[in-house]
Design a binder for this molecule. Structure first.
Ligand SMILES: NC(=O)c1ccc[n+]([C@@H]2O[C@H](COP(=O)([O-])OP(=O)(O)OC[C@H]3O[C@@H](n4cnc5c(N)ncnc54)[C@H](O)[C@@H]3O)[C@@H](O)[C@H]2O)c1
Length: 248
């Protein structure tokens, strides 16, 4: 129970990587704010965590809205008295060809994937400063490392932005013992990857040294170590959780 009495927010926690991460942090003793734009599905995740005897509650939020992320942090602190851990996981990846990208979609993708990371990290870190302790993990992507495939140009740019912001914010908040890192997953078997055609998946898997897609829990196990209190000397780093498909 290395996270006993720690308080964590996981965004995009209704399904996929976020749901697996919320459950894993709770298993390690954290009180977990399961936060998602899809409150009904998030409720199921909370019920499952609580059925296993762990602590969680549902905090609906659209992370692209700075006013809502401020409220999220305030609500979590009102519930559990402090905030120790933030996992910026919520993301969208609509597969839109370059020729068909609209300004509305461009703004939506950047709002959910990148603007959210700045405003929620700032809101969280300002609260973490009070206790001079914090762990933030930003979920980026292999696309942020090498550019996107399968109509993910804007998505990949946001994920590269997340990596850059991880470094700047890590420097900014280091004096307060708030450590900020990123995890960059390769393809994971979630709803987000469902829209890729079967032959595209097979072509991708052929390039992965481990020869398969990841399961959400495997990414959760990459996020967990970066949340632990005894992880004290890593900040501004990116952990590539990608089965070896890209080695930086
Ligand atoms: N699946 C992959 O192959 C893959 C690869 C690399 C990185 N990632 C990243 O992992 C993260 C999780 O993705 P996933 O694969 O679990 O996808 P998913 O679609 O299964 O889950 C994403 C969650 O984010 C939530 N969400 C969407 N918009 C939101 C908003 N505005 N506010 C709050 N919540 C919102 C959704 O409701 C959903 O529950 C994303 O940041 C994604 O970019 C995924």
């Amino acid at each position: 129970m290395q996270l006993s009495d720690r308080v964590a927010i996981v965004t995009g926690a209704a399904r996929g990587i976020g749901a697996a991460t919320a459950a894993l942090l709770a298993q390690h003793g954290a009180h977990v704010a399961v936060s998602d734009i899809d409150a009904d599905i998030a409720d199921g995740v909370v019920s499952q965590i609580m059925a296993q005897g762990h602590s969680a509650a549902n905090f609906p939020c659209d992370v692209s809205r700075p006013d809502q992320v401020e409220t999220l942090v305030a609500q979590v602190i009102a519930r559990w008295g402090k905030l120790d851990i933030l996992v910026n996981n919520a993301g969208i990846c609509p597969r839109i060809p370059v020729e068909e990208m609209t300004e509305e979609w461009f703004d939506r993708i950047t709002g959910v994937n990148m603007k959210s990371v700045f405003f929620l990290t700032r809101a969280a870190a300002e609260a973490m400063k009070l206790n001079r302790f914090g762990r933030v993990v930003n979920v980026s992507s292999t696309g942020g490392r090498v550019g996107g495939v399968h109509n993910a140009t804007v998505y990949s740019a946001t994920k590269a932005g997340v990596l850059s912001m991880t470094k700047s914010l890590a420097r900014h908040y280091a004096p307060f013992n708030i450590l900020i890192n990123a995890v960059a997953p390769g393809a994971v078997d979630t709803r987000m990857f469902e829209s890729i055609p079967a032959d595209g998946v097979a072509d991708y898997v052929a390039t992965v040294p481990l020869k398969r897609l990841a399961q959400p829990i495997e990414i959760a196990h990459s996020i967990l170590p970066l949340c632990l209190p005894d992880m004290t000397w890593v900040t501004g780093a990116t952990l590539d959780a990608n089965g070896g498909v890209v080695m930086m």
